[in-house]
Design a protein around this ligand. Structure first.
Ligand code: UDX
Length: 439
């Protein structure tokens, strides 16, 4: 097969690796770039520094076909690719602002080495105005070199969900292309030629806002149902039934209405904070987003209070936490609700047993004083209560009769409303969900 476009993906983190894999699958010739030599050596051997189902085999296949190679040399990437995707991290400062220095460093390097027309694509989640900022950084570098090289900057935000990233990349709901140059748009349409998805061509600023607005809205939707769940608990209403009934209205939809112990991850908390800060930057308080942050922050406190009240205090009680990642199918624990719960339980004097199918190694160094186990059955031994933090399939499908027989107590706190309440009650558990306090 003739490879269509030469594309460099700069930044071999979660977004970059998945982007490189999917662009390779679309038939392009890919260069993956990172300054981290260890990471590049690992990738060259087909190993992944991230956990994402399905990506490793694609990377290995592309390596074997010669359709993908990795380098630490920015110059090599800039010389060899007509399209340069920036997929470096934008970690959060303590005040909530994204740290743009990695994006700026990449833009500087591009300006330093670029010798002919290039399309620079912002894939990282970046504040409104970043495409213009990247453009001005490159322009400054070109001026310093006293050369005149044409280029365009495109904002092409990613909407990948961890755990389903490849699936999302292969079949996205939409592709957003923020760009004002017809040459760049034509090239970008070629990049995604074989992808069957609506393509929205808009301005870079609109594209940048679409990403934040989408995450802000999804986080708001989750938070709405979470706050409602607290009310449902008080009024003996089942929030799961309410969400089902609401979701039947096509204007509302069923997605992201699963009540639980709060959203986490690398995107929602960071993006909601960044959006609120963008508002403040133009003297505008984003009151909805501030409430979303507050309700999400207190959702685990509310849940902890509930567990404490049900169990008549937590001092000396053994709690088994099942699922620690911020969501299933990932080992990512960034902003995971489990972290807040573990701290809360420990402060109350509880003894913690915990298990996650893949994230144990990341929890170990944060909480050296908890008992991490190799399986769920070990975690529940002699436990007074089981708490579900993450809805891994293998946790939902545990043998609950066996769990009950291994425990000392009979409480089960379903932090994700995913277990079969009736079945558990028949097995002798005292079941408590989020917003389903019906017993
Ligand atoms: C999110 C966006 O979905 C994605 O488009 C963007 O590119 C990155 O941020 P991700 O962080 O991978 O993706 O996870 P997502 O599946 O959206 O879940 C985020 C959090 O919300 C998780 O903690 C999840 O448990 C929680 N959640 C999700 C709920 O509590 N209830 C729901 O109904 C859905």
């Amino acid at each position: 097969m003739v490879r269509k476009l030469n594309i460099a993906v700069i930044g071999m983190g979660y977004v970059g690796i998945t982007t490189a894999a999917s662009l390779g699958e679309f038939g392009h010739q890919i260069i993956g770039v990172d300054i981290d030599e260890y990471k590049i050596e690992q990738l060259k051997k087909g190993g992944l520094p991230i956990y994402e189902p399905g990506v490793e085999p694609v990377i290995r296949k592309l390596l074997k076909q010669g359709a993908l190679h990795f380098t630490t040399s920015m110059k090599e990437a800039i010389d060899g690719a007509e399209i340069l995707f920036i997929a470096v991290g934008t970690p959060q400062f303590s005040d909530g602002r994204p740290n743009m220095s990695y994006v700026e460093d990449v833009a500087t390097e591009i300006g330093r080495y670029m010798t002919e027309y290039r399309v620079i694509v912002d894939k990282s989640t970046v504040p409104v105005g970043t495409a213009d900022h990247v453009k001005s950084i490159i322009t400054v570098q070109l001026k310093l070199r006293d050369v005149n090289v044409a280029f365009d900057v495109v904002s092409n935000p990613e909407f990948l969900q961890e755990g389903k990233a490849l699936q999302d990349a292969r079949k996205p709901d939409r592709i957003v292309l923020g760009c004002s140059s017809s040459i760049a748009i034509d090239l970008m349409l070629k990049v995604y030629e074989i992808v069957d998805a609506p393509k929205l061509i808009t301005s870079p600023r609109d594209a940048e806002m679409i990403k934040y607005a989408s995450n802000g809205f999804l986080a708001t939707k989750i938070t709405f149902i979470n706050e409602l769940a607290r009310l449902c608990d008080r009024l003996a209403v089942d929030v799961a039934e309410v969400a089902k009934g609401m979701g039947m209205d096509r204007r509302i939809g069923t997605h992201f209405l699963q009540a639980g112990i709060g959203y986490g991850g690398s995107c929602f908390p960071k993006d909601i904070a960044a959006l609120a800060i963008m508002g403040r930057g133009v003297s505008m308080e984003m009151t909805i987003l501030q409430s979303v942050q507050e309700v999400n922050r207190t959702q685990t406190d509310w849940f902890l209070d509930k567990v404490k009240a049900c169990m008549g205090g937590l001092d000396g009680k053994r709690i088994a936490l099942l699922g620690l990642a911020f969501k299933p199918d990932t080992d990512d624990i960034r902003e995971a609700s489990s972290l807040k719960l573990i701290s809360g339980f420990l402060n109350e004097g509880a003894i913690i047993n915990a298990f996650d199918p893949v994230a144990n190694h990341k929890i170990r160094h944060i909480f050296p004083n908890i008992n991490l186990t190799v399986c769920a059955y070990q975690a529940v031994k002699e436990a007074d209560a089981v708490v579900i933090c993450t809805e891994w399939k293998e946790i939902i499908n545990l043998d609950w009769r066996k769990i009950k027989s291994l425990m000392k107590g009979d409480f089960i706190f379903d932090g994700r409303n995913v277990l079969d309440r009736t079945m558990l009650q028949m097995e002798g558990f005292q079941y408590r969900g989020v917003g389903r306090n019906l017993s």
